[in-house]
Design a protein around this ligand. Structure first.
Ligand code: PFF
Length: 448
């Protein structure tokens, strides 16, 4: 068998994991959910879910994968033979997710290439919000099989970039993330400065940070917050198993997971500031929707053409926005392919590179469905299915597997193996795993 690739340094692992965690979910899913659940209210519950469930589960996935030095399927099998299907569930969920995530990535590339068109649309809301539909020819209904050539080209670019970044596993990923982690933060900061200096921006910022007490009683708030924490940390998707399996024995998992989770949270809040201030500044606060796709491709373009009276400046900000989304999406997209490849290669003792090629080819073909005229409608259905209930269900099963059949103390020992300044306390870890199991079971049994 080939020697397992390892991260070249601690920093490389942290950056790769942050790159995976920080993705389109931060840029549009987080602000969209915050708008749906009373801004600050969502922020509070999200923070709680992150501390109580997200961080301990992230540590757990990395620690188990390091212990067994295997991807999701074989790591879950390492816990107990009967838990192997949980690894398969995470891997197959990832398989479905990447098929449409690559398409969203392609759409972002398409909008970036076409952002010059905003220069001729100053104040023309109809043209701006219609640009995406005009380019993709997607109808939102489940009918039509036409594929526009330009979208196909963007999809090929998207898969080409994904494959290029992971062609040599951990070693090629390590090189790319040094750029893809920092670039979106710089671009977001530029946009935050623009957003916050617009008159009316403060109204948006207030909406993001001030909690609406009445919204706390809505049970869907909790489901959305837990789902978003899992999604945002890239857990329950086979990714952190793969990345954890390349971590060195001397790694301080407790501290590294904290850095990853807090960086992810910081970027979500920064994206929230960009979105809410810009929408406040353009008088469009009421239009942020829970659907990220609609925010990014219909609502935000409208904001872009109303940013200033100068078309060229607007087009530049449009290009910055879509470039920011490209740099956010790429390292999440390749991380999920890496998660699938590592799981399959380890399971069947195959060459990782061969599996990566096969995964890109098969998912590439399936992803064609999402660029047809009916693509957006399919994407909506599949996205709801994979990201709410599936992630949470896999979460329960992982917690049951670890909490009941394996020893929590053993996992915690692995987490704290090289802990220096921060040691994960047993009470936090154990109560989180138990709480996650209970909350997730409750959410699944309520059928939401
Ligand atoms: N953490 C990623 C995000 O917030 O966008 C989640 C993700 C989704 C990773 C899809 C990878 C992926 F293909």
């Amino acid at each position: 068998m080939e020697k397992r690739g390892m991260w070249s340094s601690r920093l490389t692992f942290i950056l790769a994991a942050i790159g995976s965690a920080v993705g389109l979910g931060n840029a549009w899913r987080f602000p969209g959910l915050a708008a749906k659940h009373g801004g600050g209210t969502f922020l509070v519950v999200y923070l709680l879910a992150m501390l109580l469930m997200g961080i301990p589960l992230l540590m757990m996935e990395i620690a188990i994968a390091r212990k067994f030095r295997r991807g999701a399927i074989e790591s879950m099998r390492g816990i107990g033979k009967k838990w192997e299907p949980v690894g398969w569930a995470a891997t197959s969920n990832a398989f479905v997710i990447v098929c449409y995530y690559a398409v969203v990535f392609a759409w972002v590339i398409l909008m970036f290439i076409n952002s010059w068109q905003f220069a001729n649309m100053t104040g023309d809301n109809e043209a701006a919000s219609g640009l995406f539909l005009q380019l993709t020819q997607t109808t939102g209904a489940i009918e039509g099989t036409n594929i526009p050539g330009i979208v196909l080209v963007c999809l090929l670019i998207s898969w080409g970039l994904i494959f290029y970044c992971i062609r040599n596993g951990a070693s090629s990923v390590g090189k790319v993330v040094k750029f893809t982690v920092f670039a979106p933060v710089v671009l977001l900061l530029i946009m935050a400065v623009k957003g916050c200096t617009m008159p009316g921006a403060m109204e948006g910022i207030k909406m993001l940070f001030v909690p609406d007490i009445s919204a706390f009683s809505d049970p869907s708030l909790w489901v959305d917050a837990i789902g978003q924490v899992f999604y945002s940390l890239s857990i329950m998707m086979a990714i952190m198993f793969a990345y954890g399996s390349y971590v060195g024995n001397d790694a301080d998992i407790a501290a590294d997971a904290m850095i990853i989770a807090f960086s992810d949270m910081a970027v979500s809040v920064l994206s929230g500031i960009v979105m809410f201030s810009t929408m406040g500044g353009t008088g469009m606060l009421g239009e942020i929707t829970a659907s990220g796709i609609s925010t990014a491709f219909f609502v935000y373009p409208t904001a872009i053409v109303n940013l200033t009276g100068n078309g060229v400046v607007n087009a530049i900000f449009g290009a910055i926005f879509y470039l920011m989304l490209i740099t956010l999406a790429i390292d999440s997209a390749f991380s999920i392919v890496e998660g699938i490849s590592a799981a399959i290669a380890d399971k069947f003792h195959l060459k990782p590179k061969t599996v990566t090629i096969a995964v890109c080819a098969i998912c590439g073909i399936i992803s064609l469905v999402f660029i047809t005229e009916a693509g957006l409608a399919w994407l909506d259905i599949v996205d709801n299915w994979t990201n709410q209930i599936n992630l949470i269900l896999i979460g329960v099963l992982e917690c049951i597997a670890i909490g009941w059949t394996f020893s929590l103390r053993k996992v915690l020992g692995e987490v704290n193996k090289n802990a220096k300044r921060f040691k994960m306390p047993y009470w936090w870890f154990a109560s989180s795993i138990n709480l996650s199991r209970r909350c997730c079971s409750l959410v699944c049994s309520s059928g939401t």
